[in-house]
Unconditional design. Structure first.
Length: 145
């Protein structure tokens, strides 16, 4: 809000120079900024990423699933669907194709969704879509689980 000329002259007599917080109501200036609605979705994605990383690294005896890293989890519209971007480890890239990885992920998608539902506090567990990406590349394939 701009300061009128008379108020500006009064303020100049009280202080040496004017700053942007002069003549601003302290209740407004120090008011806490509210988070956006997207912060809940990002917090959910972080929880899901942590859970999936733990489950993939330790729960399955399959070496393909143990060699996968959760690169990121991104919310879909309304957080009913989450896009899980998976990146295989370096030793797994040489002898595995993205189709094999997606096949393995689809076979255990029910277990992954159950573990995700146990870790988060939501009424309904979000459905997971998987995407495989290789380093320094674009995503290879999509799959809906």
């Amino acid at each position: 809000m701009p300061i009128n000329k008379k108020k500006r002259e009064q303020l100049l007599t009280l202080c040496g120079q004017l700053n942007e917080d002069d003549a601003v109501d302290p209740r407004e200036f120090f008011r806490k900024k509210y988070r956006s609605n997207n912060s809940k979705a990002l917090r959910l994605c972080k929880q899901v990423a942590d859970t999936l990383s733990l489950v993939l690294s330790g729960q399955f005896g399959d070496e393909i699933l143990q060699g996968l890293d959760v690169f990121s989890v991104q919310p879909g519209p309304g957080t009913r669907r989450l896009l899980v971007v998976i990146q295989p480890s370096e030793d797994l890239r040489g002898h595995t194709t993205p189709a094999q990885i997606l096949e393995k992920l689809n076979s255990v998608s029910g277990i992954l969704r159950t573990e995700t539902a146990n870790a988060i506090s939501r009424r309904k567990a979000p459905s997971l879509m998987f995407e495989i990406t290789w380093p320094n590349d674009t995503p290879v394939q999509n799959s809906d689980a």
